[in-house]
Design a binder for this molecule. Structure first.
Ligand SMILES: NC(=[NH2+])NCCC[C@H](N)C(=O)O
Length: 420
């Protein structure tokens, strides 16, 4: 099967495109853990989707090691907070974000104008920092005179007026590039919904991406219940996309995404895998990722899953959907890739060991080139097994980073991959 190559190029000539999971990686968005992580406590960590609090300076050290491993392979690392700070210098971008974040229904009539004035007076970097790290009542009142507000008046000094966004660490989920466009995702969990607004501003107004010609497959704040998270989206190549119908990504979200990809001719086959709806399997990439052309890591406990093949229908409004039984899972993926079979790399180990390594994101590898992946060093059995199968594993530390339940793939949003 041949597909015409749709590309997105910026005025400066940069071509943003992610045509596969494994093509040589050239540019990636990361988020270095910062002040937002200092806000995590034993009492709020569950709501904020973390399993523990982090030793923040150690997490930063680990993250710097991760970034350096990427730079050592000539991959350009863009930092989310810098992109956001630069974006917020643009007045339209600032208005977009503040109109959505500073909602009177949340902050109340009495506080909303004071908050808006305060935010409007911050420069891009300071505003980006507040949007990511949040702000407590006490911090706010060091900077503004307390307005007459029931909402603020009934808060304690250390309560968050604006909640922190510690899951910005997982840049994969909130936006993901699929062929010649980007999906800015509608997030399933309240703790992550504001992340979307930040990316909407970046992709629309940051000079790197503005007028880039890329398609925008979705603008999350308009998608409602049609949720998609990037951890569920694998751009397997050959015009195909593998999507997990998980705890996070809804059937409606997949249908919408497929319809838009097909309308532009950017993809012609979306395979939706019906996943168990459980936190341990929250995204497809926590149990399965692509490590080479036709090769995937797979968690032993996942088993075979039923799937749906979604293809363009007779009219642009229609989809053609075929359901496949669980035993066909690998065959359906192979078929989409134009291969007779795919290679599944499941580490041989007992179910306790397998469950522990899956929890520590052993399957959540980030391919930086075909057959070359970044993985957490702690997953010794999986890394050894991958190597014995010819996969090069670049190890990074993840003792602190892993506490948010994400590995190298979750913590990276590839924006440019070379074609293979
Ligand atoms: N692509 C991924 N697996 N991302 C992991 C995200 C983890 C994050 N704490 C959440 O619950 O949303």
């Amino acid at each position: 099967m041949t597909m015409t190559l749709n590309v997105a190029a910026t005025a400066s000539g940069t071509t943003y495109r992610v045509g596969s999971e494994v093509g040589p990686l050239r540019q990636v968005i990361l988020h270095r853990p910062g002040r937002e992580m200092m806000r995590l406590t034993p009492s709020n960590k569950d709501d904020l989707l973390f399993d523990d609090v982090l030793w923040v300076s150690q997490a930063q050290w680990e993250h710097d090691r991760f970034a350096q491993v990427l730079r050592d392979r000539d991959i350009e690392v863009l930092y989310l907070e810098e992109l956001l700070a630069e974006t917020l210098e643009n007045l339209s971008a600032r208005r977009h974000v503040l109109d959505r974040v500073l909602d009177e229904r949340i902050f109340g009539l009495g506080a909303i104008d004071a908050l808006r004035n305060h935010a409007d007076n911050l420069d891009g970097a300071a505003l980006a920092s507040v949007l990511i790290a949040g702000i407590t009542k006490g911090e706010l009142l060091e900077q503004i005179v307390e307005p007459d507000s029931v909402a603020l008046g009934t808060m304690r000094t250390d309560d968050f007026v604006l909640a922190p966004l510690p899951n910005h660490l997982f840049t994969r989920d909130t936006s993901c590039w699929i062929y010649d466009g980007v999906a800015i995702n509608s997030m399933r969990k309240v703790a992550r919904m504001r992340e979307t607004v930040n990316y909407e501003a970046i992709y629309r107004w940051h000079p790197r991406f503005a007028d880039g010609g890329q398609h925008v497959w979705s603008t999350g704040s308009d998608e409602g219940a049609a949720t998609v998270e990037g951890g569920d989206v694998l751009v397997i190549g050959n015009g195909a996309v593998l999507v997990g119908l998980s705890e996070r990504t809804s059937p409606q979200g997949v249908e919408r995404l497929a319809g838009r990809l097909f309308a532009e001719g950017s993809a012609e086959h979306v395979i939706a895998l019906e996943m168990p709806k459980a936190r341990a399997f929250m995204h497809l990439d926590t149990v399965m990722t692509m490590v080479d052309q036709g090769s995937f890591t797979k968690y032993a406990g996942l088993g075979m899953l039923p799937s749906l093949s979604i293809r363009p229908g007779r009219t642009p409004k229609e989809l053609s959907v075929t359901r496949h039984p669980a035993e066909d899972m690998h065959g359906v993926i192979a078929g989409a890739l134009g291969l007779a079979d795919i290679r599944i790399l499941t580490t041989p180990q007992d179910s306790h060991a397998a469950e522990r390594e899956q929890w520590d994101d052993a399957c959540n590898t980030l391919a930086v080139a075909p057959g070359v992946v970044v993985g957490y060093e702690r997953n010794v059995a999986t890394n050894t097994y991958l190597r014995s199968n010819g996969i090069e594993v670049l190890e990074v530390p993840g003792t602190e980073l892993g506490r948010g339940r994400g590995g190298p793939r979750c913590m990276s949003c590839p924006t440019i991959r070379e074609e293979i």
